[in-house]
Ligand binder design. Structure first.
Ligand SMILES: *Cc1c(COP(=O)(O)O)cnc(C)c1O
Length: 380
């Protein structure tokens, strides 16, 4: 069994993907052009924002947002302690300081109450200028944006939605990547909407930031690529990636998002029927008003379970599993000795030792899922 079956997906979409790639080769169009423009237009429309700017990857998308806001030395940005490294890395890369905030035990997303506490604490200490909050839509589930937006407004902070795993998710009728002042996503192959290499996108309604991001992404261009008005980076989405993403985006909208939700619901149904919760297994929860794009189906193993042993026994049965994430952000060596290493994050400390992500994609059959459930149930 594949953890996320991209081979199966390719077999289903092969003729259209091959034609899209062939088209770029035939036209010898590899940078920019109509496929990129059309994809940006379609993505912006789907998300419901004015601007979509594609770029080289999801990490660059976050960095470009930080550049547009002029985040740098002396600034602090609040980041969840339980996330992929890039969410906090980009803050340090710009010379600013990430302050890590604990997450909710049930949603894995930044805890609004603890966020406010961290803001008040940092404000009282007065060491940094408080600039922004990064809210991650972890495992596909949008963060608690009503509460987070209210806090950002109260303390005059910018909101950056890291939707690298959240593309396609929804909250109260709004689509993921529309909640931040700037929002970003990643097209890394294993993300909900993935390409065949690296890719990313930035979303915003703000004209001025959109212009700045388009400039920063192409060497700080002014009126042309050879008129450079600021120092930027080279961060573009390849034409081939854009062309095949358009094919994958149609499949995503037409059935993949719905099918992955069905597959996740099947996991929950079978685990519940097998009495998994009584055995202490914690299943993912999607609260009222939320819709997940299921980048991962992540469970918490019962207290005392031997995760390494469970993983290796499942692997022996041909079932791959992953640990997202094994280490709290504030414990990463990259932040050792900095203010970012000091964080009060009990929930993250705890769940890092018990989470386990199970194989999931829109092409998994009920039989595949039953196999995984039966296997795990016997091991706990
Ligand atoms: C994958 C990911 C990123 C980075 O995306 P890349 O395209 O790999 O650079 C950022 N944040 C989160 C939460 C991610 O999962």
């Amino acid at each position: 069994m594949e953890f996320r079956d991209l081979k199966k997906q390719y077999q289903v979409l092969k003729s259209d993907i091959d034609a899209a790639v062939q088209g770029c080769c035939t036209n010898a169009q590899f940078i920019g052009g109509a496929p990129v423009k059309e994809l940006e237009k379609a993505l912006a429309e789907y998300v419901g924002v004015k601007h979509c700017i594609t770029c080289a990857n999801g990490t660059d998308a976050l960095s470009l947002a930080a550049m547009a806001w002029g985040i740098g030395e002396g600034d602090a940005v609040f980041v969840p302690d339980f996330t992929y490294f890039a969410s906090g890395e980009i803050v340090s890369f710009e010379g600013a300081t990430p302050i890590f905030v604990d997450v909710c035990k049930d949603t894995y997303n930044i805890d609004p109450e603890k966020l406010e506490k961290a803001i008040i604490k940092a404000k009282n200490e007065g060491k940094y200028k408080l600039k922004a909050v990064v809210a991650v839509d972890l495992f596909g589930l949008p963060a608690d944006f009503d509460a987070i937006k209210a806090i950002c407004k109260k303390y005059d902070l910018l909101l950056l939605e890291d939707g690298a795993q959240g593309f396609g998710g929804r909250y109260k009728g709004k689509t993921a990547c529309s909640f931040g002042d700037i929002s970003t996503t990643s097209f890394f192959p294993a993300k909900p909407l993935g390409c065949y290499g690296d890719g990313g996108a930035v979303f915003t309604d703000n004209d001025e930031w959109a212009d700045l991001i388009r400039s920063y992404a192409v060497h700080g261009k002014g009126s042309s690529k050879y008129d450079n008005v600021r120092v930027g980076v080279n961060s573009r989405l390849d034409t081939i990636q854009a062309a095949l993403l358009s094919v994958k985006f149609d499949a995503f909208k037409n059935y993949e998002l719905e099918d992955i939700n069905k597959a996740a619901a099947k996991y929950t149904e079978l685990f519940t029927a097998a009495g998994a919760q009584q055995k202490g297994l914690v299943l993912p929860t999607v609260k009222d008003g939320f819709y997940s794009s299921w980048a991962q189906y992540t469970v918490q193993l019962p207290e005392g379970a031997d995760r390494d042993k469970i993983q290796s026994e499942m692997k022996a049965q041909g079932i791959p599993t992953m640990i997202y994430y094994i280490k709290p952000m504030h414990c990463q060596g990259a932040f050792a000795g900095t203010d970012s290493a000091v964080a009060d994050c009990d929930v993250t400390d705890n769940i890092c030792g018990s989470v386990l992500s199970l194989p999931l994609d829109p092409y998994k059959s009920d039989e595949d899922i039953k196999l995984v459930v039966d296997s795990l149930i016997k091991l706990i």
